[in-house]
Design a protein around this ligand. Structure first.
Ligand code: ZN
Length: 311
């Protein structure tokens, strides 16, 4: 069910030392795979929609797919989340469409402006029972129209984080700890600042933290893509051990998008190359869906969220 108490789910995760996977959805197959994986593992889940996804498929279409999955698995706790909301208007329209969680990302603004914009969204959302994720600090990498040079990426300051939460009353906080969006996270062996997570959690023990850009970019899929005509040389992600460690220190929501894209692309490339006469979309989208489900089940083990559904 689409839960009425999303914050409780996040706080359960924080206290229980596990994280809820937040997977981006764009279409039917990806949504089915993510939900089926969580049902099989009995894990709570966050389905998140970016502005790009909302434009691509129409918000209402994706919400209806999620509602249909909800009827298929009525006991599964689901949060529908706006990923990287860029304005109050975006968050309002998400809430009106039935989302129970929104992110307002004003992290590109100066501190005071970030506080002001975030507070506006919090005031609108909280009276409607919707929780708000805000961001402080700047991630590297590229996501849709946002491009921040890796070297200019600014990590979250723990003291500033305390002031930010006190002033905005945001429910959860996306922290910049050295990860970035996309498939090219590090030019060499990248470092994720897990110590910083520890420092922020020490100061904000009731605020679940969110880790963006947390795909691990599994090399087996990168290799399949490259073998069957793709060109993703040098793609690199966050080590799964690092994610597990961050989760132990207070990260309660882990965002994963790139890995889903990689799996889908790898399977489709392989099938179409090996069977050039194939032209039935079900024959490549179906196996891609199965493989995404397998990968998501593995992610649930990394996050420790299996069998965490409250009765
Ligand atoms: Zn993000």
């Amino acid at each position: 069910m689409i839960v009425k108490n999303p914050l409780e789910l996040m706080q359960d995760a924080m206290r229980g030392g596990y994280a809820i996977g937040a997977f981006n959805v764009n279409n039917m197959e990806i949504t089915q795979a993510i939900v089926a994986a969580h049902a099989a593992k009995q894990a709570p889940l966050i389905l998140q929609l970016s502005n790009g996804a909302r434009k691509y498929a129409r918000t209402e279409m994706l919400v209806d797919i999620i509602r249909s999955m909800e009827r298929q698995y009525p006991d599964l706790p689901i949060i529908i989340h706006q990923d990287h909301g860029d304005s109050l208007q975006t968050c309002q329209s998400a809430i009106e469409a039935g989302f129970n969680s929104v992110m307002i990302d004003a992290s590109g603004e100066p501190f005071e402006e970030n506080v002001r914009i975030t507070k506006e969204v919090v005031d609108f959302a909280h009276v409607r029972g919707v929780i708000v994720e805000a961001e402080l600090g700047t991630l590297g990498g590229i996501e849709e129209h946002v491009s921040v040079d890796e070297k200019d990426a600014r990590l979250t300051d723990p003291e500033e984080a305390v002031q930010f939460i006190e002033q905005t009353h945001a429910d959860t906080l996306a922290c910049a700890i050295g990860t970035s969006h996309g498939a090219y996270k590090f030019s060499s062996d990248g470092k994720v600042d897990v110590e910083r997570v520890k420092e922020i959690t020490k100061r904000l023990p009731d605020t679940p933290l969110v880790m963006h850009g947390s795909s691990s970019v599994p090399q087996e899929y990168v290799e399949i893509i490259n073998k069957y005509g793709g060109d993703l040389a040098g793609a690199r992600g966050v080590k799964e051990e690092t994610i597990s460690e961050a989760v132990q220190y207070g990260v309660s929501k882990v965002n994963i998008d790139t890995d889903l894209r990689l799996v889908m692309t790898a399977i489709i490339r392989k099938i179409l190359t090996e069977d050039p006469k194939q032209f039935d979309p079900r024959k490549y989208l179906g196996p891609a869906r199965e493989e995404i489900q397998k990968m998501v089940e593995h992610k649930i083990d990394v996050l420790g969220s299996a069998n965490k559904i409250r009765n």
